[in-house]
Ligand binder design. Structure first.
Ligand code: SF4
Ligand code: F3S
Length: 111
């Protein structure tokens, strides 16, 4: 089991999740964070920290977010780790409630 970052993180990257993770399993891309499923210890501490409710336990994922299991697993192999919270992306508040952000994900490589 693992926890999974889903679509609501895209174009926001609030990064509050990063500061509470006891095992540093977040990795950062240009406009999205992912969790390394090999490192996550299922503590759930990150879930209430995310202001846009982007993080779910794998088994609780909404049907239309299932693809993010694979997205987190794959991108966490190549994107760099992030160890501390930072400023959100400039338009994070604007994007926070936007629907259908999947198309905005910069994928697959970080720059
Ligand atoms: Fe880190 Fe715990 Fe969240 Fe997994 S569930 S990403 S270990 S804070
Ligand atoms: Fe993304 Fe939420 Fe963390 S927006 S960076 S999952 S706090």
């Amino acid at each position: 089991m693992t926890f999974v970052v889903t679509e609501q993180c895209i174009q926001c990257k609030f990064t509050d999740c990063v500061d509470v993770c006891p095992v540093d399993c977040f990795h950062e891309g240009p406009n999205f964070l992912v969790i390394d499923p090999e490192v996550c210890i299922d503590c759930a501490l990150c879930v209430p920290e995310c202001p846009v409710d982007a993080i779910y336990e794998e088994s609780d994922l909404p049907e239309d977010m299932i693809e993010y299991i694979e997205i987190n697993a794959e991108l966490s192999k190549t994107w760099p780790e992030i160890f501390e919270a930072k400023e959100p992306l400039p338009d994070a508040e604007k994007w926070a409630d936007a629907p259908n952000k999947r198309g905005a994900l910069v994928y697959p490589e970080a720059d």
